[in-house]
Design a binder for this molecule. Structure first.
Ligand code: S3P
Length: 164
């Protein structure tokens, strides 16, 4: 399939880059978090609080399963934890070209300082959580990706040009 799939850690810019890439390529954009929130009529934070993380992960799998059925090509931006399931990694590969936007812990902490919308980072020490999650996830992002792009210090335009 011909989709462009953006993966990577929270705050790496998947949604922003996805929107710019979609505009350049004249393709529709789909954000898995936004898809889930719309379908559920609840925010991600509420879904985590009311149903728990495993239920949210099932919703992510349902979202990409539905995309596999679609005839239309999209630029797809994914939730940061979506590629952690092996099943999801296989589905992403089926969807198209998977691009990993690689970001450092420093950059994530700078960009997400004060953010209240990511339930996984609402803790005593968000920096330690970011570092631990990044370390835990890196190999899975790499396994899911066809291409890797480092995004630290780069503008949206630079990243879109690199992707193209
Ligand atoms: C998550 C990332 C979030 C969202 C949820 C869980 C994660 O998406 O799906 O809060 O596990 O990394 P973004 O990567 O768009 O922030």
């Amino acid at each position: 399939m011909n989709n462009y799939v953006l993966i990577g850690f929270m705050g790496c810019g998947k949604s922003t880059i996805g929107a710019a890439l979609a505009e350049t390529l004249k393709l529709p954009m789909l954000d898995t978090d936004a898809w889930i929130e719309e379908k559920q009529g609840r925010t991600i934070s509420t879904i985590f609080a009311e149903d728990g993380e495993p239920a949210f992960r099932d919703m992510e799998t349902a979202c990409i399963r539905e995309l596999i059925e679609s005839e239309e090509a999209y630029v797809i931006s994914t939730g940061g934890g979506l590629p952690m399931r092996e099943e999801n990694r296989a589905l992403l590969k089926e969807l198209g070209q998977v691009i990993y936007l690689k970001v450092s812990a420093d950059e994530v902490c700078k960009r997400l300082a004060g953010d209240t919308t990511r339930p996984l980072l609402q803790c005593e020490n968000p920096r330690a959580r970011v570092e631990a999650l990044l370390a835990e996830r890196e190999a899975k992002y790499m396994a899911a990706a066809d291409r890797v792009l480092c995004v630290d210090g780069k503008s949206v335009d630079e990243i879109v040009t690199e992707i193209l």
